[in-house]
Every structure is written in C-alpha cells, then in structure tokens.
Ligand binder design. Structure first.
Ligand code: ZN
Length: 459
C-alpha cells in the first residue's frame, strides 16, 4: 500500500482511503491568464504519475482539478488589452490543455470552473458569517482566523513567523482586518468588473474560497488527498483548510506537496535553457517526454533544476529506452510474455515508499541492461524482463518509441519486412532474406537475427 509524506502531519503515512479501492484527489489547477510555466508542468506531471501508478495498482481514481477563471490577474490583463475577460480565460484554457496533452498528462476526471460554483461560494460565506467566522469590510468579506483554533497547522509556523516572512499581499495590508492573517472570501467589484450578486454586495469570490468549495462539493467531506506545489501550502492551502475547519467540516485526510523548479546555478531559467521561458517553449524545443523523464529521476519533494544539461541527459536516456523498446518489440509484441514477477514486485515496493520514482527509474535501467544481456544470450529470461520494462514504463506514463511516433507507418512497414525476412529464412530462401535485410539497412535499421526472430533497432 502506498505511503506518502503527509505535509500536515510531517510523517510518512500509509494512504488510507475513505472507500476501499477508490481514491478522490483534489489538485489545484491553473489561473488562466497566461501561458503555463515550468512549475505548472511539474505539478501536473507529478500528480499524473501518481494517478497512473494508482490506476495501475487497480484503484479507481477520481482526480478533480479546477480552472480558476475569475481572478484579479485575469481582470488586470483584460483591462490592459481591452478584451473581454472570457476571451482570455477560454484561450488560455485551450493552451493549457494542449500543453498537458503534449506532456502526456491525462485529463482530470473533473474540471470544475470557479465561475460555475459562485452560488455555492456565496452560500459557504453566508454559513461562515452565521457562525461568526466571517465579517464585512469596505472592500469585501473576510475570514477571522482567530476563530480557527489550529490556523497555521499546515504551514507548521506560528502566525507571527508566517507574517514576518511576508506571506502574500492578501495576508498583509487592509487596515480594517481584525487579524493580520485574515483573508478575503469575497471581493466587492469596482464599476465595469465582472460581478455576481451576493447579500453583502456584488463581487467575486476569493481564490481560497473557490478551491475549498469545489473540492468539498465534488469529493465530499474527508476526501482522500489534496495536492499541489509547495508554493501553495501557505497561504492558499492553509486558508482553504481554515474555511473548512471554521465550518466544522472535515477536509482532506492527506496533503501532498511537490518541490520547486529552481534556476540552474542561480541563472534565470530562460537563460540556462536558451529560449525556454515557459512550458510551451520547452515542449517546442525538446522531446515532450523529456520533462517527465527528468521529474521521474528526481524525488517529487526535492527541488529540481531545469537546465540544458539535465534535459539533454533526459533526452539521451529516452533514446536508450526507445532503442530497447524497438529491439525487444518482437519479444513482447504478442502480449504473451508475462512481466518478470520479482522485478514488478520490487518496482511496487519502491513506488509505495513515498513515490520513489528515482529508484524506480534506476530499476528500469537495470532491467534494460539485464534484458539486453538475455537477448544477446538468446536466454528465455529476455521476454519476461522486456515485458517488465514495458509494464513499469506504462505505470509511470512513459510512452516508449514515441521518439519515432511521427514514423509509426515507417515502423509498421519495417516490421512487415522483418516478418517477411523471417519467413524467407525459414524457407531457406537466403537470396530473398539478404535482399530484405539490405532493404531494411538502407532504410536506417540495425537488423539483428536472434532465435526469437528478427529484431530492429534504429541506427
Ligand atoms: Zn486551490
């Protein structure tokens, strides 16, 4: 059973789900006002890997990830560019999902939009008010954090420490607030701004209120796991949780936060990676699988440097795996080979240990080496080992051979030729076999003859 480091309790805990065989996960999604950056890419990849692994283990996963489609930054951009705000949010959302699909990130099972849940948010803020936990100022409705007994539990800091560290703009300022850490649940709209009706005055919800409403609405009380980037732990996640606590509702049972993307050697990411300023640039300039590979080789809680050197190393590692996939294609193509049970058990134990993908990747590379040796020796171990490599890569969402994806037809054609070559050899028609081999070699294939038949590798 999977154990994860729980950010709330600060210990590695076995993931106990509310319902056997099912897991409900909430992942904070993007605020759609600009292109996705590398940090967004990391968070979505880490939880895509988690989701795929859980599904591979047989769990039914419900992954809810929202779209924040109303926010100060969206309104600012709409005003600056004199465009309707919906035009910005729709275009940015399309760019987002296009980037996710290129990264191989599965679409969440639910994608709630904040603007679809505004009436639920109004209801929640009214409930907080009637419990004496929310109050009105001249610019909106605020949560009184002194009504939340364990405020700061997720950040593991006292209020004073959190505030001296700066917090965010919402935490500081606003001289009408009762406590410095009080935060906006509802912001009154200025003329010309998008707004929704509410008993206290027309306006829009605060970001922290959006996620708490959508997660509880779709996943229910005491849902299994709340995740996001480490930068969201405070104030965003602390404040989501504070509202649930103030409402007397049970919030997430477990919390998971992934580490930061940091600049290589203190350089700006845009400099260290040539023209890469955001996720789209990275996808345009490198094999889209390279970022997944880099993150798989990094523990999800560690910071990761994204630089030309380690992206290049990931591309190279992928080429090695692609080459192995092509070489072992005929061994696993029939689907009859059963993955080596011992390797798969080790993989599972490694992943169950706080999602240790770095050691899982080391196991994959080690299994590739063993399988190559077995293929060379025409050993019967080759097929189960090759099948185990394929199985583990599937569990991690690593699609092999996609470096040649554009040439799928070419690959199918080459496999046909290889089958004809095997048939010619079996019929002892060596002239034809030689002609077919020469044809394949001319097309850029390394042709190997093994007891199991002809294997192909890209030269
Ligand atoms: Zn959120």
């Amino acid at each position: 059973m999977l154990s994860l480091y729980d950010t709330l309790t600060r210990e590695v805990r076995t993931l106990e789900t509310r319902e056997l065989g099912r897991i409900g996960i909430y992942l904070c999604g993007p605020t759609v006002y600009g292109p996705p950056h590398l940090g967004h890419g990391r968070a979505t990849l880490v939880y895509d890997i988690l989701r795929r692994y859980l599904e591979w283990c047989g769990l039914q996963v419900r992954l809810v990830s929202n779209i924040t489609d109303i926010d100060d930054k969206i309104i600012d951009r709409a005003n600056r560019e004199q465009r309707p705000w919906q035009d910005i949010t729709q275009k940015c959302e399309n760019v987002w999902f296009d980037a996710m699909s290129r990264l191989g990130v599965k679409r969440p099972t639910d994608v709630p939009h904040a603007t679809e849940y505004v009436d639920h948010m109004v209801k929640m803020i009214s409930d907080l008010e009637s419990r004496g936990a929310a109050y009105k100022t001249s610019d909106g409705m605020y949560l009184d954090v002194s009504k939340v007994p364990d405020y700061g539990a997720l950040a593991h800091q006292s209020l004073d420490d959190m505030l001296s560290g700066g917090g965010d703009r919402e935490v500081l300022g606003a001289n009408e607030k009762r406590n410095a850490a009080d935060f906006a649940l509802w912001k009154f709209s200025k003329p010309g701004e998008p707004s929704w009706p509410a008993p206290w005055g027309a306006g829009r919800p605060g970001w922290h209120s959006e996620c708490v409403v959508m997660s509880l609405e779709l996943l229910g009380e005491g849902f299994d796991l709340h995740c996001g980037g480490a930068d969201l732990r405070f104030p965003h996640h602390e404040n989501e949780r504070a509202q649930a606590v103030a409402l007397g509702r049970r919030f997430a049972r477990h919390w998971m936060h992934n580490g930061f993307v940091v600049d290589a050697e203190g350089e700006k990411m845009s400099k260290s990676l040539g023209n890469v300023a955001n996720l789209i640039d990275l996808l345009d300039q490198y094999d889209p699988r390279a970022y997944r590979m880099l993150l798989l080789q990094t523990h999800y809680r560690s910071p990761v440097k994204v630089g030309r050197d380690n992206i290049d190393a990931s591309v190279k590692a992928l080429a090695g795996l692609d080459s192995f996939a092509a070489r072992s294609e005929s061994l696993v193509a029939s689907g009859k080979a059963t993955p080596d049970a011992e390797v798969v058990a080790r993989f599972r134990a490694t992943m169950d240990n706080d999602l240790d993908t770095a050691n899982a990747m080391a196991l994959i590379f080690d299994t590739v080496r063993r399988a190559n040796t077995a293929i060379d020796a025409a050993s019967p171990d080759a097929a189960p080992l090759a099948a185990a490599v394929r199985e583990m890569c599937t569990a991690l969402g690593l699609e092999l051979g996609s470096g040649q994806r554009v040439n799928d037809d070419e690959f199918a054609f080459a496999r046909e030729k290889a089958a004809a070559l095997d048939a010619a050899r079996a019929a002892k028609d060596f002239t034809r076999a030689d002609a077919l081999r020469a044809e394949l070699q001319a097309a850029g294939w390394l042709v190997e003859t093994t007891k199991q038949g002809t294997t192909l590798r890209r030269t």
